[in-house]
Design a protein around this ligand. Structure first.
Ligand SMILES: O=P(O)(O)OC[C@H]1O[C@H](O)[C@H](O)[C@@H](O)[C@@H]1O
Length: 286
């Protein structure tokens, strides 16, 4: 494998060329995975061509790390500050892995008075598989709690051809309509604004498209799955998305939202999401 410090859109980033043939780019800003080109040559993550790379704004696309607050469910900036700050590349990563870290600073303590350490490990365990692990540690002397998400923007050729399978029977909060229900559909299709928080099922979700399938798995420490697509109307209002950007992405997010995660001093918890793009290994019954 090789790890190279590069400049991506004028900002510092690290590029991992894994022994598997997969290539991953992670921006230092936000500890933000920008690209995963799987060994089979396909780009698996959507990055908006209008994303802002100014070292301050959250980057539109890739895998934003939302911490210590999801969305606007608290007093902090939307989705927390972690995606708006420079992280540090941590050397001596294991094989086929990039690790970045973020710790409390005067800037974070000014808005959130807790001492924390984040370690984001981006790992290619085998060809066409990406695993993103966020370790959260309480380095302070009193307990605190947080909410978080790995807000992955999955790249799709055409959203009209995409189905998401695996949420049937899951409790759903539809954030667009503010309605609670149980998901009745075996497969979800998209086209209008879609923003829902689901109770995460114990099995993987499968994103099916004409070009192949992507299996999405999350840690049990992520009890919610958020599915988001802005649809055409909201997309038109997002300055950092092209008008047709919504057609080329679907966010499937591993999240801990409804019950904030409590961390005692000195303790830590890991949240992960794994993306598995091995279409040949899937069978219709799996
Ligand atoms: O525009 P952002 O701040 O990146 O948020 C993008 C989206 O993130 C999540 O998916 C939320 O469920 C949505 O409500 C939100 O619109």
């Amino acid at each position: 494998m090789s790890l190279r410090e590069i400049t991506a859109q004028g900002q510092p980033a690290v590029e991992l060329s894994a022994t598997t043939g997969d290539q991953v780019t992670v921006a230092v800003h936000g500890g933000h995975v920008l690209s995963w080109r799987s060994a089979d040559g396909a780009e698996r993550l959507y990055l908006s061509p209008k994303a802002v790379f100014d070292g301050r704004a959250a980057i539109r696309g890739g895998v934003p790390v939302c911490f210590p607050q999801f969305n606007q469910r608290g007093p902090l900036v939307k989705h927390g500050f972690a995606r708006n700050l420079p992280w540090q590349v941590i050397p001596d990563a294991a094989a086929d892995t990039v690790i970045l870290g973020l710790t409390a600073s005067d800037e974070t303590l000014a808005v959130w008075p807790e001492h924390f350490q984040l370690r984001l490990s981006v790992h290619v365990p085998e060809a066409n598989v990406l695993r993103i692990d966020l370790q959260v540690r309480n380095t302070g002397t009193s307990p605190w709690s947080f909410t978080a998400a790995l807000h992955s923007y999955l790249q799709v050729d055409d959203l009209a051809d995409v189905q998401l399978q695996g949420l049937q029977g899951a409790a759903r909060w539809d954030a667009v309509r503010d309605e609670r229900s149980t998901e009745g559909r075996e497969v979800l299709r998209f086209g209008e604004e879609f923003d829902s928080v689901y109770a995460a099922p114990a099995h993987p979700l499968v994103l099916r498209a004409a070009s192949g399938e992507l299996r999405v798995t999350a840690s049990p420490t992520c009890p919610e799955t958020v599915v988001w697509n802005p649809g055409p109307a909201l997309c038109a209002r997002l300055a950092d998305m092209p008008a047709d950007g919504w057609r080329h992405m679907l966010c499937v997010e591993a999240a801990a939202i409804d019950t904030p995660v409590e961390l005692a001093p000195g303790s830590e918890v890991g949240l992960w999401q794994q993306l598995d793009a091995r279409p040949s290994s899937f069978s219709s019954t799996s």
